[in-house]
Each structure stands twice: as C-alpha cells, then as structure tokens.
Design a protein around this ligand. Structure first.
Ligand code: GLN
Length: 473
C-alpha cells in the first residue's frame, strides 16, 4: 500500500500500525533471500508501531506519515541502529545520534523498518560494491537494481517498505529508481539537511525520497525539507509539497541526453514526451552543449571531495581496532586503510591526485570551471522551459557482474544524472515503461527550488502513462 493511504488508514484506525508493520516484516522475511535489499532490520519496529498506536488511541496527532514503513539507506545515521555504509571500515559502528531527516520522519509518525544496502560509501551505480553482497533487481534478479541507493529502490519496488530514503551525489537515487521502476527525487542542493548523512562529496549530494507514487515522494519531501541549524548549507526555500496538479508546462527534451541513449530507451522517452504533449504540455527540443564535459567534471570533483572526506576513517575513532603491538603510525595507517574496498581506494587515490600540486589546475580547477558553465547553460534554459526531460539512464538494467571489471564503463552510465548535481537543481525519475521486460525511467529537471513543478509534471505523466504494477517475487 502507498504511504499516503497507510498514514490515512492508520490515523483513522482502519488498521493498526502494529498490524501493518507486522505484515511488512513478514514480506521482508519472504523476499529478502531473493532481493537482498536490507543490511539491518530494525528489531524495535513493532515496539515503535505499538507506541504510535497508543498515541492514536489517546487521541493525539499521529503525524502525516503515521505508521508508514520506511527504509533508510545505510549511510544515514540512525541512533542505536548500526550504520555501516556497506563498508568494513564501519562494520559495527552504532551512531549515538539520528540524522535530521531520520528524526523528522520519526516525528511525522513513520516507522523505520531497517537500513538498506548501497555501494560502499555510496560510490557506485549498481550496489555491487557492498560488503553485504549485491542487491538484486526485483524485476529480474539476475540484474543490478542500479545504485548506489539500490537497497532503497529495490525495497520499495519489492513491497518491503512503502517509501525509503537514499542519497544522490551523482544519480544515486534516480538511477536505481529508474532501474527498479519506482519514483526517486534528488532535491535542490540545500533543501534537505545533510546532518547525519555520511559525506561522500558534500558539494554535490542530497538525501532524496523514493516511493511507488509521485504523491508519496512529495509527502516525504514535505516532511524532510527545510532549514536545519545543524547544516549551514540548508536554505529557507521550503514550500509545502503535494501530489501534482495538471497545468500546461513547457517541456524541453534534451537532445544530448536522447542521442546518447540506447534505441530501446529513447523510444520510450519519445513516447513519454508525446504523452506529456497530449496532456497539454508544450514540448520542444532543448540543447545543453557542455553536457559532454559533465561526467569528467563530476568524477573529478566527487573523487577530490571523497579523498578528503574519507581521510577520517583511520580506525582510531570509529569501527574495529586493528592496531598491532607497538605500532608505527605510517604502517598502522596503511594497515587499517587497506580495508576499504577496491572502488573506494581507487577514488581516494584518484581524488588525491587531482588535488595534488602540479595537477590541481589541470584537473580540479578545470572541473570547477566546467561546473559553472553547465550551471549557466541550464539556468538560461530554465528561462525558456519549466522542465527538461530525457532518460534517467541511457541503458537498460544490465546483468550483475557485467561492468564490474571496467570502472570507466561503470562511470559512463551516470552521464545523464550528474548534470543536476553539478548544477544543484532538482531532478526526478518517474517510471516511463518497459523495454524487453525491463524498466525505463523518465528524468525531469527543474530550476532550483521548483520541486513542485517536478511533481506537477511527473504526476500528470504518472496518471496518463499508468505504468504500474509490481514485480512477481
Ligand atoms: N554513480 C555515481 C558515483 O559513483 C553516483 C553515486 C551517488 O550518487 N552517490 O559517484
């Protein structure tokens, strides 16, 4: 059941939060052997549902997400529930505090059913780089669910929770949303607090909601957005968000996105734009010429920030203690930091390189220049269009293992998603259809703080296209 319905029915006591959460936990037990979306199931979920039921019986306000089962990506801090980032480095780390977004969800009545799988420290596009094994795509379990928030999207698609939170640095909410045929939003930079989100690349990332409907994603954003005194990058631009309203939007189909996609994907995206046109939108072609530099710029900046952020994992303050007797600092440091996975190590090394003297101007500075050009190009397009459309992913969900040996091939799949992160604008992925039985997502981008415009466009598309259904599991 969708989150909006659950909250209403629990508040009206049509069923109790406890009954519902019990069923969710049974579902998790049943499908997890096939999907592997969870790293940790919350042992206190039933107890939390019960206390919510008591609150409702006492006539107190149960909150806009009363009883709703939520999955939280395992790089978002949960007080008393281990938060591993799918890394050996944080294998038994139990945070002493909740992320702001977690607290906001709980205050709204949501019940956290567990922590969901990701690529180690959110670095990847498939959820294969996890210490807990790959998550599988619920539509075809031989394929990847996308990443890095693969657990967030797969758990929602597999009906293991109503909604979930992921994080999106370069596409990590939208990529798995697209591959698993669910809705996923990357909010405007600064709309949602990052306090308690384990940093990968701070200047690019946001926490974002995943759900099976646009209305569910809007209702979660409504709860988690707004200024937070614990994160000075949050802004005061919050509105109240809701399911979409139909209006004649100006839609630009980004030429460079559609030209770079597989034919099976682009066909569905053309159909999607036609659907929007039939619903009264004015659709035209748009062009973002510097998009060809976006991927190089993104990976340079993301790895530079990662190399600095991950310097804190020295196993002196967090995680297991591997100090040999009478240790010497340098050897101790490499001994412990050797425990990062291959992909994370690759990024720390590359990130240090692009920041090193002699190469800083050639790589890091250039990447920042490209970033501002992309931002300018996008800004000028938003003078002409309300939303920009294209495929979320240029290809269909591929087989597990297919791109593991070639990092560049893996990075290339992010070509359409990184643009929104570089430009700080919001972007949503909404199910657009199926090709060869596999999901295709439509990506829509809007100007900063225009999330409601995205919900309007995505909502109109969702009800007209009627791409529904859940996978057989
Ligand atoms: N796939 C991209 C990367 O590996 C994006 C990851 C993310 O958004 N967290 O950097």
């Amino acid at each position: 059941m969708d989150a909006v319905s659950v909250a209403r029915k629990v508040a009206e006591r049509e069923f109790s939060a406890e009954e519902y959460i019990q069923q969710v936990l049974e579902r998790i037990k049943k499908v997890e052997p096939k999907v592997n979306a969870f790293i940790t199931v919350n042992k206190n979920a039933i107890e939390q549902a019960r206390s919510l039921d008591r609150k409702i019986r006492d006539g107190k306000d149960a909150g806009p997400l009363a009883g709703v089962a939520v999955g939280i990506k395992d790089n978002i801090s949960t007080k008393g529930i281990r938060t591993t980032c799918a890394s050996k480095m944080l294998d038994n780390y139990v945070p002493p505090y909740d992320a702001t977004v977690v607290k906001q969800l709980q205050d709204a009545g949501a019940v956290i059913v567990g922590k969901v799988n990701l690529d180690e420290f959110a670095m990847g596009s498939t959820t294969e780089f996890s210490r807990h094994g790959p998550t599988r795509n619920p539509w075809d379990t031989s394929r990847v669910p996308g990443g890095s928030s693969g657990g967030s999207a797969a758990s929602v698609a597999a009906l293991e929770c109503a909604v979930s939170l992921g994080s999106d640095t370069g596409g990590s909410v939208r990529c798995p949303a697209s591959f698993c045929s669910v809705v996923g939003l990357k909010p405007t930079y600064g709309l949602v607090s990052r306090f308690g989100l384990v940093s990968y690349a701070n200047s690019l990332e946001q926490v974002g909601p995943v759900g099976r409907t646009v209305a569910d994603v809007a209702s979660v954003l409504d709860v988690i957005s707004g200024f937070d005194e614990r994160d000075h990058t949050t802004a005061a631009g919050k509105q109240s968000y809701g399911a979409g309203k139909k209006r004649p939007l100006r839609v630009g189909l980004v030429k460079e996105f559609i030209e770079g996609a597989d034919e099976q994907v682009s066909k569905i995206i053309y159909d999607a734009v036609n659907t929007l046109a039939k619903e009264g939108c004015k659709c035209e072609e748009a062009s973002l010429p510097s998009v060809k530099y976006a991927l190089a710029s993104y990976y340079t900046i993301a790895m530079a920030e990662a190399s600095s952020n991950l310097a804190r994992y020295d196993n002196m303050r967090y995680g297991f203690d591997a100090s040999p007797d009478g240790y010497e600092w340098n050897s101790y440091f490499s001994h412990t930091r050797g425990n990062f996975g291959e992909e994370v190590k690759r990024r720390i090394i590359t990130g240090s390189y692009v920041l090193s003297s002699g190469y800083y101007g050639k790589y890091y500075l250039k990447a920042q220049q490209v970033r501002s050009i992309i931002r300018k190009e996008l800004k000028s397009l938003f003078g002409k269009f309300d939303v920009l459309a294209g495929p979320t992913m240029p290809i269909l969900p591929f087989k597990i293992g297919e791109k593991l040996d070639d990092p560049l091939k893996m990075y290339l799949v992010d070509v359409d998603t990184v643009v929104a992160n570089l430009a700080a604008v919001p972007a949503i992925s909404v199910p657009a259809g199926f090709a060869a039985g596999l999901p295709v997502g439509l990506q829509l981008m809007a100007d900063e703080f225009c999330e409601q415009t995205l919900f309007d466009a995505a909502g109109v598309f969702e009800s007209a296209a009627n791409v529904r259904g859940s996978p057989d599991l």
